[in-house]
Design a protein around this ligand. Structure first.
Ligand code: HEM
Length: 243
């Protein structure tokens, strides 16, 4: 039975994920280059100065950053038009949290990854993780942060973009908040992103999930072991490939 595959993502899901990842990379690289404050610049002033010289000045770098940000927002609007059902499914899965099962999973997973199963057994707790659905609680926590953070980053980015063009001096307070929230949200999502990339691309046990972000499908034994509640729902459905 578990040798068959189960469809996890369709083509538009795969496209929006990698489009989002590429935009994030470019926005981080250009955004960090825009920082001109030695007290907060993560790589020192050498990188911003170098990037500005490569693109012909800070004005050009800002225009490039804004262009990528607007293309990022447009990509998501297009995705919502093409696959609104997929987006609704994603949001429903990501924000559905069962406190007892999901918090238990999260706490045990953290102990297993740091201290190992012996630490749980030593205090009389079974190291078996509670069954998870389409996403596990770690994936849900990161997805929640990236959805909320993404909306804040996009909205504050648009406010900053318009501030150079249309807003007057009376909007200075709002623009100050937009700048602060933009930075805080990027920082929080980036912190989660480090764990996400490790879990998704480096951790060997998640390798079938990584491959599914290209093929759209996962093998049955992976689905059963990692996402049992989802597997129980879909196991009787006919086999599908990625569309
Ligand atoms: C090199 C970069 C990245 C890699 C290798 C990667 C890999 C993956 C993989 C393999 C999955 C599928 C998990 C599954 O369905 O079982 C996934 C899902 C997801 N990715 Fe990424 N990703 C990357 C960058 C990003 C970025 C930049 C974001 C957003 C800031 C992001 C947000 C998400 C979200 C929200 C999901 C669904 C929930 C989850 O599985 O955590 N990813 N990613």
């Amino acid at each position: 039975m578990p040798s068959r595959t189960y469809k996890r993502h369709d083509r538009s899901d795969i496209f929006i994920h990698w489009f989002n990842a590429a935009c994030w990379l470019l926005l981080l690289l250009t955004g960090v280059g825009l920082i001109q404050n030695p007290d907060v610049d993560p790589f020192g002033s050498g990188y911003p100065a170098w990037l500005r010289s490569v693109v012909g000045g800070g004005g050009n770098l800002l225009a490039i950053h804004e262009f990528i940000g607007l293309a990022w927002i447009a990509g998501f609007v297009l995705y919502l038009l093409v696959n609104f059902r997929g987006a609704r499914f994603f949001l429903a899965e990501v924000f559905a949290v069962s406190p007892a099962r999901d918090m238990g999973w999260m706490l045990k997973k953290m102990v297993l990854m740091t201290l190992g199963p012996k630490a749980l057994k030593a205090v009389g707790v079974s190291p078996d993780l509670p069954d998870q659905g389409y996403y596990n609680m770690g994936q849900k926590a990161f997805a929640q942060a990236s959805v909320v953070g993404g909306v804040v980053i996009a909205a504050t980015g648009v406010i900053m973009y318009l501030s150079d063009r249309t807003f007057g001096a009376e909007s200075t307070g709002m623009i100050g908040w937009a700048v602060a929230l933009h930075f805080i949200s990027v920082g929080l999502v980036f912190a989660g992103l480090l764990v996400h990339v490790y879990m998704a691309a480096v951790s060997p046990e998640e390798r079938p999930g990584f491959k599914s972000m290209f093929t759209g499908v996962v093998p049955g034994d992976y689905a059963r072991h990692h996402h049992r509640l989802w597997w129980e729902k879909v196991r009787t459905e006919p086999e599908q490939g990625s569309e």
